[in-house]
Design a protein around this ligand. Structure first.
Ligand code: IMP
Length: 193
């Protein structure tokens, strides 16, 4: 069955393609003729994930899935949340981290989590899958790997930030891989029906 991943991020596509197996023909937005900017205006991570998938299903009629992710910090009432990518007003990860650390200042409550929501629309039937990793925000960045907020995110039960881990190690526990694993398990079940 054809299944479109509603993203323009090649890295994400490769990651999913590697885990999906060959029962599904994974299509890109370009493959289905979609060059539109997908809307992301709902104000929530789950809402934006759903909005992107519904856009593809409604306008192109192709079974599809979309993802949306972000960092939620308890002491900042869930900020940066849906604004994670451009928290500082730009997409510059260093500036976003700087704003986060400035806002948190010496607040003792450093509890945070990364969240990903995948929305799957399989022949019109919609399902959401959420993956979460809990952790703490450090007071200074540590490590060179990863992207986004990885240098200040210390996952619970570990003594290295996401940016200090090998990519395989991070991917083994990340919010994205947890959400993806649930979606793939669901797809595997549908295959047999
Ligand atoms: P997206 O929805 O996956 O594109 O993620 C939105 C934003 O959330 C990214 O631009 C990052 O700022 C942040 N983010 C999401 N996942 C991660 C991660 O694994 N590490 C660090 N930052 C992330």
């Amino acid at each position: 069955m054809e299944l479109c991943f509603a993203t323009n991020n090649q890295h994400k596509l490769d990651e999913v393609a590697g885990q999906l197996g060959n029962s599904f023909a994974l299509k890109t937005l370009r493959d289905i003729g979609c060059t539109d900017e997908l809307p992301e205006t709902t104000g929530t991570i789950a809402g934006n994930s759903r909005q992107k998938a519904e856009y593809v299903w409604t306008h192109f009629g192709v079974s599809c899935f979309a993802d949306d992710s972000g960092l939620e910090v308890d002491a900042l009432n869930g900020e940066p949340g849906v604004d994670s990518a451009h928290y500082s007003g730009s997409r510059d990860a260093e500036k976003n981290i700087e704003k986060l650390l400035t806002k948190l200042a010496d607040n003792g409550n450093r509890k945070a989590r990364f969240i990903t929501v995948f929305t799957l629309i399989l022949q019109g039937v919609e399902h959401q899958f959420e993956g979460v990793i809990e952790g703490q925000i450090l007071t200074e960045p540590r490590g060179e790997g990863g992207f986004g907020y990885d240098p200040v995110f210390l996952p619970d039960g570990h003594d290295r930030t996401f940016a200090e881990m090998r990519i395989e190690e991070k991917n083994g526990m990340s919010h994205r891989s947890r959400a993806l694993a649930q979606m793939i398990a669901y797809l595997e079940k549908q295959k047999g029906k």
